[in-house]
Design a protein around this ligand. Structure first.
Ligand code: SAM
Length: 273
């Protein structure tokens, strides 16, 4: 049997389609989300409704965003879900989650077994709406979850860890083996919960600066920050900010990156640097 066909649908690689087929895993994810009537749940990539059905059973209404036209058409005519769904046949990267939250009159609870090919840019898109989001539950590559939760001094700690932890508290929920999907992905997966901070622990004045700083630091992660950030800071400034210039990108905490970004916001580097 063609293992790319699930419930009569041929899985499309370009849409990152790996459908959940494992009732125990599905049940565990729905329990972790714990949807309650009256809440504003939004699913990204409902696909063949493996999560949509059990979540929808507990709710009167549910918003779903599905890019694949055939799958969107199936959802529209789904026997019991159809009437409960507000369906956007759209790329989730183009969705204004702030507007969705205004329509709902409350912060959103976003979830999904994300297409792995766009999961990181999609999370960055969602981070720009964290004020409109109560929490998020996502199935991701296990390696991405490891990077999301990683702290300083570890190999997995990188730009994604810093930016995600700037916005959210991050809690791994469960690991999922390839056999729980049809077709099975080549990598292990894991579910993670991201809860936007009610108040940012280390607010920065300009996010673009934090973004640039972390890009420059981690693009050259084997270099000391004295070198990798040499065009932004001189070593004396790093020392004055209580940062040892011989540290590497992976030894600098989220709080310290934010401190550096705020210093730069007030002391832009001169052109000669
Ligand atoms: N939720 C289903 C499940 O768990 O079995 C399907 C998960 S599958 C990994 C990812 C789903 O996201 C597919 O249904 C795919 O068509 C959809 N998708 C892919 N790219 C998307 C995008 N940019 N915006 C919205 N949905 C997308």
């Amino acid at each position: 049997m063609n293992n790319r066909v699930h419930q009569g649908h041929l899985a499309r690689k370009r849409f990152g389609q790996n459908f959940l087929n494992d009732p125990y895993i599905i049940d565990s994810i729905v329990s972790a989300i714990n949807p309650q009537k009256g809440e504003a749940l939004v699913e990204i990539g409902p696909g063949l409704a493996a999560l949509t059905e059990p979540v929808g059973e507990r709710l009167d209404k549910l918003t779903v965003i599905e890019l694949d036209r055939d799958l969107a058409a199936r959802l529209k005519t789904h026997p019991f879900l159809g009437p409960k769904l507000t369906l956007y046949q759209q790329d989730a990267m183009t969705v204004d989650f702030g507007e969705l939250s205004r329509l709902e009159g409350q912060p959103l609870r976003v979830f999904g077994n994300l297409p792995y090919n766009i999961s990181t840019p999609l999370m960055f898109h969602l981070f720009s709406y964290t004020q409109a989001i109560k929490d998020m539950h996502f199935m991701l590559q296990k390696e991405v979850v490891n990077r999301l939760v990683a702290g300083p001094d570890s190999k997995a700690y990188g730009r994604l860890s810093v930016m995600a932890q700037y916005y959210c508290q991050i809690i791994p929920v469960l690991e999922v083996p390839p056999g729980s999907f049809t077709p099975p992905p080549k990598v292990d997966s894991a579910v993670v919960r991201l809860v936007p901070h009610a108040a940012l622990p280390h607010p920065v004045k300009d996010l673009r600066i934090l973004s640039r700083l972390t890009t420059e630091a981690f693009n050259q992660r084997r270099k000391t920050i004295r070198n990798s950030l040499g065009n932004l800071f001189n070593p004396e400034t790093l020392t004055a900010l209580e940062l040892d210039p011989t540290l590497r990108a992976e030894n600098v905490s989220v709080a310290q990156y934010c401190q550096l970004a705020n210093y730069l916001a007030e002391n832009p580097p001169s052109k000669e640097n």
